[in-house]
Design a protein around this ligand. Structure first.
Ligand SMILES: [Zn+2]
Length: 314
């Protein structure tokens, strides 16, 4: 997501909206409120991820939820910013929906029509820069162009931002920049963990994965679980490996390598299984039904048979 870009969009939106009349220019809280609105889906998403409320996280970036809660926020915004309530609603809905659309331009794992359509939208789009300098250049330029075009047509300009309002906006920018930097640190730790796992440094990989998943991580929990399962299996921690395989499989039951490695693990270590949904038979059945076209399918089945037979020999 364009973390700093959202702030520029919020600033531009606030600067380009016509206040109600000359006597009631936009209040001190107008600009910070609109900038905050531009970030709202991410704020809700972060709060939801720290509390484990997955549905709220999905809802925060769904257009279907954005419209009703945008209407409610728009009415509140109108009272804060001395604009007509219809203008407040339009600003709130456009801010939230605009945030979701901007995210779609840089990420491919969003589900903007959740819970009606559960498939992510976007085919790996990366149409906007994902680094701070690139975002400042692109969105800063967009801000200057939008404001210089639109403000010429306003009959009443929005009021100046008070010191308190300016302070809030600066804090929002600093928080956004800090979050941006921390995310890149988490991503780098995840990449390092992958490299450590590939060269057999399993304990190092586990430490790096823990660091990679700290707030505000952008790494997928199920990927981290899969990698932790692999590292713990190599280290002989079978019960911990089982726990992480089960979590990864629950989150991504259609990933070939998660199913294959979980089945290989079960064929070697933990049978019989109390949970029929992840027993070796169920996993092998899933491989047969869904992954027979995969280039490594036959190889994996052969290994599963070899390991199962090796265990059955007293
Ligand atoms: Zn977002």
């Amino acid at each position: 997501m364009p973390v700093l870009g959202h702030a520029f969009v919020g600033l531009a939106t606030a600067a380009c909206v016509q206040p109600l009349d000359d006597k009631r220019r936009a209040t001190a809280l107008w600009v910070p409120s609109v900038v905050l609105l531009a970030y709202l889906p991410d704020i809700v998403s972060q709060l939801a991820s720290t509390t484990g409320f997955v549905s709220a996280r999905m809802a925060s970036h769904s257009v279907i939820f954005a419209i009703p809660y945008g209407v409610l926020l728009g009415v509140a915004l109108a009272r804060l910013g001395t604009v007509q309530w219809t203008v407040g609603i339009v600003v709130a809905v456009v801010s939230v929906v605009g945030h979701i659309l901007l995210d779609l331009l840089v990420a491919s794992d969003r589900i903007p029509l959740w819970p009606i359509v559960l498939e992510p939208l976007g085919g790996g789009w990366a149409m906007l820069p994902r680094n701070g300098v690139g975002e400042i250049l692109i969105f800063g330029f967009g801000y200057v162009v939008a404001v210089s075009i639109v403000r010429r047509r306003l009959t009443v300009l929005p009021g100046t931002v008070s010191r308190a309002g300016l302070g809030i906006v600066v804090c929002l920018f600093v928080a956004a920049g800090g979050t941006h930097w921390l995310r890149s640190v988490r991503f780098a730790a995840f990449v390092s963990a992958k490299e450590s796992l590939a060269i057999g440094q399993h304990e190092t990989a586990l430490t790096q994965l823990d660091a990679a998943m700290l707030w505000p991580s952008i790494n997928k929990e199920s990927r981290a679980d899969y990698m932790k399962a692999e590292a713990n299996r190599q280290l002989g921690n079978t019960e911990i490996a089982e726990l992480h395989y089960a979590r990864a499989y629950a989150a991504e039951p259609d990933d070939f390598w998660i199913v294959a490695d979980y089945a290989l693990f079960r064929a070697t270590h933990l049978e019989p299984c109390n949970d029929a949904s992840s027993s070796l038979e169920t996993l092998v059945d899933k491989l047969n039904r869904h992954f027979s076209h995969h280039p490594r399918f036959k190889d994996v089945l052969r290994k599963i048979d070899t390991r199962r037979n090796a265990r059955s020999i007293p």
